[in-house]
Design a protein around this ligand. Sequence first.
Ligand code: GDP
Ligand code: ZN
Length: 452
Amino acid sequence: MSQTIAAIATAAGRGGVGIVRVSGKNLLPFARALCGKTPQPRTALHTDFLDENGEALDNGLLLYFPAPASFTGEDILELHGHGGTVVMQMLLARCLALGARVARPGEFSQRAFLNGKLDLAQAESVADLIDADSRAAARMAVRSLKGAFSQHIRSLADGLVHVRMLVEAALDFPEEDIDFLAELDIAAQVADLRARVAAVRAQAAQGAMLREGVQVVLAGAPNVGKSSLLNALAGEEVAIVTDIAGTTRDTVREQITLDGIPVRITDTAGLRETGDRVEQIGIGRSRQALAQADIALVLIDPQEGINDTLALTLHQLPPELVRVEIRNKCDLRGEAPFVADGSGSVCGAAAVVGLSAKTGAGLDLLKHTLLRQIGWQGQSEGLFLARSRHLDALARADDELAHAAALAGAGANAELLAEHLRLAQNACNEITGEFTADDLLGVIFSRFCIGK
Ligand code: GDP
Ligand code: ZN
């Protein structure tokens, strides 16, 4: 942290403005050497950026944020120059010549964390905001950045500290401890904490869905309408549709957004025995897609029922994979689109949807069914864009509290109880970074982009 770091903070490529960011201790001499003038704190200085001979490299604005009131808590300089690749490289090179070194990915945020400007969950939300690929995700990231998630976790940790104090006080009066714990109704307080952890977990799990998205695969016999359904789903989508091309024969992926949730849909190659090399590769990919899927849409032709090809397809699906049965081509049967529970399913599905990929009838029923099957509760307000790291920590806190709850009943063992409460508190503190190993910090920040 004693070194001055610098990086181009704006995206690579051409733009009207490009920014080089510098963080370090005592950057006024640096600024004077760079501009030949002394900047005032938090005031835009219109200036030339000078090379070692005093010639202008660029002309722009210099911002100076003295420590500690800056993003990193150190002195920060922002050089707002012209956003060309070469001019940005020249400004960066000039900063290096003045004694800075190139910042590692996430190093500005890491310094902000180490200087207590942000907690770990907030620092992660900076990266999440930059990476957000839906409005809902971006909004959640901003709320976390402003500390909403951290506040929930802190208040949980505070509650745990409070109960721990009571239990540990009871330990100091061993002859009375059972009465003491009963009198304070520790069991009820632990139960209350468990309920609060469960609530945060549920919100975080929903948020994780928005963050990670869901994987859907299409399966079924050839010609049943898999590719048509994929196109219908993707084509109807007015929001961003990404084509992920370059896959082998009939394994095509599209990303759509359902109620803010990224849904990746993979059209699988027909699964069958084949000597064709290319087709074998396609089938291999289908199996991979199935292994990672959250939901399988199984298309069947009601006239055909379960023929050999479909039986083989079903056999390939992991048994625990959630299935939705699609009776496609309802237009050919003169049938209205419908949705029903799984009782009439021929493939063990949780729901059955009748639709027509060709006319688009019933697509909305399918979308609702998908959202219901993944457990989406339909609103992003109040959710947290949790990472699996956060979900793991909350699961551990829950686990420790379950042990604590079991111990808090009759004939409580105060010592063990206190230990489980302590471990639950540690798990919560890992989320905000108050109890996180250095090597884990390194891993977290290395995934950030450079200049952040
Ligand atoms: P895949 O082999 O399962 O991917 O099936 P395709 O999507 O290639 O469709 C096979 C044939 O069925 C094509 O001629 C489609 O136009 C037709 N088809 C697909 N869905 C429907 C539908 O809902 N109604 C009607 N009438 N035809 C459909
Ligand atoms: Zn197809």
